[in-house]
Design a protein. Structure first.
Length: 221
């Protein structure tokens, strides 16, 4: 293969395409090299191994999220800013479901994550929290975002047939449950089946924001 210089940005961009097209397990340095026209060993100049590259792909998504929210509109409250971060996180997870499914519980340590951490800590500090409460609120908020958006991304990567089966499980299981054995679940079968993942995400995000607001004595928007 021809020897040419590749930037980390170009490598991550191609790796993202492979992951979203074929899945994270399909990403290999050999495949990446073949698609970029270089020897696989060329990637070790920028990344220690495949896991390092996978985390860099997640960090690219985090950087895109930060770029989307870093310019807070004049007059925006800290609550509105957190809601904007939540919305863009969900968007990134649905845009790059394979990357999120593989890495949502990981710490990238990259520039995108570092910038988002700084942005969120500054936002929460502006709410009047002390340092310990700021950090706890940050961790709770971020872990709700990543766990729920990551879980949704994981389901999205199962394929349409399995995803449909999973989505219909509430109705299939509880609507046919014996009333004498599971009366409350049977009574709520329609509602259980009707709740969407995005509704659960928004509810959980709102609950965390309300809890933070209560600790500051502020009114949640």
């Amino acid at each position: 293969m021809g020897e040419r210089t590749l930037s980390p940005e170009a490598i991550v961009g191609q790796a993202l395409q492979i992951i979203e097209r074929d899945g994270a397990p399909a990403l290999t340095l050999r495949k990446l090299g073949a698609e970029l026209g270089v020897d696989a060993t060329a990637f070790y100049r920028h990344f220690r191994d495949k896991d390092d590259l996978l985390l860099a792909c997640m960090d690219r998504a985090e950087m895109l999220a930060w770029e989307a929210v870093r310019e807070v509109p004049p007059g925006a409250t800290w609550q509105q800013t957190l809601l904007a971060v939540a919305d863009v996180t969900w968007t990134m997870a649905t845009t790059y479901p394979a990357v999120y499914a593989a890495t949502f519980a990981r710490t990238t340590g990259g520039p995108g994550e570092r910038r988002m951490v700084e942005f969120l800590l500054r936002t929460l500090s502006s709410a009047g929290l002390d340092r310990a409460s700021t950090v706890l609120s940050y961790r709770a908020f971020v872990e709700v975002l990543l766990s729920l958006s990551g879980a949704n991304a994981t389901i999205a990567r199962l394929g349409p047939e399995v995803a449909t089966k999973d989505a219909e499980a509430w109705a299939r299981i509880h609507a046919t449950a014996p009333s004498e054995e599971l009366p409350v679940a049977r009574a709520h079968a329609v509602e259980l089946a009707g709740v969407t993942s995005r509704e659960v995400f928004d509810f959980a995000v709102g609950a965390v924001i309300d809890r933070i607001a209560a600790s500051t004595g502020a009114r949640a928007d």
